[in-house]
Design a protein around this ligand. Structure first.
Ligand SMILES: [Fe+2]
Ligand SMILES: [Fe+2]
Length: 167
């Protein structure tokens, strides 16, 4: 029986799947009919786990490829910091759905969308063109494992986000 949950291990596809989930969660957070607090909780964990796993397991490996631009990879790390800061500002707003919350949400959407676009155009296309599928699958496994480890440790909790932004 075909398994509907069959997962690719290609690190490029796995990263893209996370980016698409982040877009879904932005839509939920913008909807007055959705459980916006729950969407933010999921988003917070996903953003932090995703970025930490990229930085620990994916970016360093890709830097070793001559044809992948190291500056783009380093720029990606800077953009993670901007995304984390914008996330923290949203988490710190007391009332979900207030005017201030909506403003901070739009700043977060902007920072994360900008980074995801750029990452897809530069780093991920570089990986597609230069990294063999076998290696992409190895990196995908390492990415998933690291991402899970952070999710299990509740990496999106506000205290942890504060710690990450402050460091
Ligand atoms: Fe990403
Ligand atoms: Fe990233």
């Amino acid at each position: 029986m075909p398994n509907a949950m069959a997962q690719t291990l290609d690190v490029v596809e796995l990263i893209l799947e996370d980016h698409r989930r982040m877009e879904d969660l932005f839509r939920l957070m913008r909807s007055v009919e959705a459980d916006r607090a729950a969407a933010l909780r999921e988003f917070s964990g996903l953003l932090i786990a995703h970025a930490l796993a990229e930085e620990a397991k994916v970016y360093p490996a890709l830097k070793r490829y001559k044809k992948i631009d190291d500056d783009e990879v380093e720029h990606g790390e800077e953009e993670h910091e901007e995304g984390n800061k914008a996330l923290l500002e949203l988490l710190e707003v007391d009332e979900v759905g207030s005017e201030e919350w909506d403003e901070k949400l739009e700043e977060l959407v902007q920072a994360v969308t900008h980074h995801a676009d750029e990452e897809e155009r530069t780093i991920l296309n570089g990986a597609r063109e230069n990294v063999a599928m076998e290696r992409r699958e190895e990196l995908g496994e390492a990415f998933i494992e690291e991402r899970e480890r952070h999710l299990k440790a509740d990496c999106g909790a506000i205290d942890n986000v504060r710690k990450i932004v402050g460091s």
